[in-house]
Design a protein around this ligand. Structure first.
Ligand SMILES: O=P(O)(O)OC[C@H]1O[C@](O)(COP(=O)(O)O)[C@@H](O)[C@@H]1O
Ligand SMILES: [Mg+2]
Ligand SMILES: [Mg+2]
Length: 284
């Protein structure tokens, strides 16, 4: 299994090198929408097509699913890869951080969180880095010329939280969630929100804290996709010693019925996730 997982991560790193190099010429919007009804950028399409092609070429990869396409692309193999090819891609217009998210499952999507055997993300920041989680080992890499070099072989969430960032418009937040945010502010945490989940979660991984995209008044399921965004990022943060939640339970305990299903997503230090869940439960 570990050879397969490393082959998937090597492939994602290789594609990430190419994605990075073509971004400047793929900042325009395409006519098409993805299955979540969001307009695609040329870069979303490029990253998705390259990942599908290269990952399905690996003998052990039996299917490829992505935020940018309807169904599964199937082959034969024991492992199933679900990707957000370009996370936070609207940041390409404003030249801010973006990422690529990958979840490796031993069941075909729609799959439960506990079918994840590994997960990782690439962060296209001032430098390109990659964070992978396999079991309880979380590793950070520098990605250069499409290859990985270890920067930190044992990434753990800092014990003292420093940053927070929550998506959605504050007037659309449920009252109980707004109460929790007030408490987080009063706790001296500072706001860091950039609009790309990978970049925002990487701040939490670096400084400690909490990131979330909550349930909204007109959209109780929130915005983020469980299979492509919530599950893999929850797996990584939990492996680094943190916690995840949909407001009630760990994201890894959830099974989508549709691969594009959305869920409220919260990840970060476990004490903050506990406080969030109890504040929301008290309001019931
Ligand atoms: O623009 P908003 O509402 O703050 O949403 C930001 C969130 O949406 C996303 O951009 C969705 O990801 P995609 O770009 O992959 O659709 C997350 O990365 C981010 O956390
Ligand atoms: Mg995304
Ligand atoms: Mg995306």
């Amino acid at each position: 299994m570990s050879d397969t997982i490393e082959a998937v991560f090597d492939t994602v790193a290789a594609v990430a090198g190419d994605v990075r190099s073509v971004l400047r010429s793929r900042r325009s919007y395409e006519a098409a929408e993805n299955p979540s009804g969001e307009q695609q950028l040329a870069a979303d399409v490029y990253a998705d097509e390259r990942l599908e092609e290269e990952l399905l070429d690996l003998p052990a990869v039996g299917s490829y699913a992505s935020e940018e396409r309807d169904g599964l692309c199937e082959d034969s193999g024991a492992y199933h890869v679900a990707c957000d090819p370009l996370d936070g891609s609207s940041n390409l217009q404003s030249n801010n951080g973006m990422g690529t998210i990958v979840g490796i499952y031993d069941e075909q999507p729609p799959a439960p969180g506990d079918a994840l055997v590994a997960a990782g993300y690439v962060l296209y920041g001032p430098i390109t880095t990659m964070v992978t989680a396999v079991g309880e080992t979380v590793t950070e890499f520098l990605v250069e010329d499409g290859t990985r070099e270890v920067l930190n072989e044992s990434v753990t969430l800092p014990a003292e939280p420093v940053t927070y960032g929550f998506g959605g418009r504050a007037p659309d937040w449920p009252e109980a969630f707004a109460t929790f945010v007030d408490a987080v502010e009063a706790d001296r945490l500072k706001l860091r929100y950039g609009g790309a989940m990978v970049a925002d979660v990487n701040q939490v991984m670096t400084y400690g804290g909490i990131f979330g995209y909550p349930m909204l008044a007109d959209r109780p399921e929130g915005k983020l996709r469980l299979q492509f965004e919530g599950h893999p990022m929850a797996y990584i943060v939990e492996a680094a010693g943190g916690a995840s939640s949909d407001g009630v339970q760990s994201l890894l305990g959830k099974t989508p019925t549709d691969i594009h299903e959305r869920s409220p997503v919260f990840v970060g230090n476990d004490a903050l996730i506990d406080d969030l869940e109890s504040t929301l439960a008290d309001a019931q």
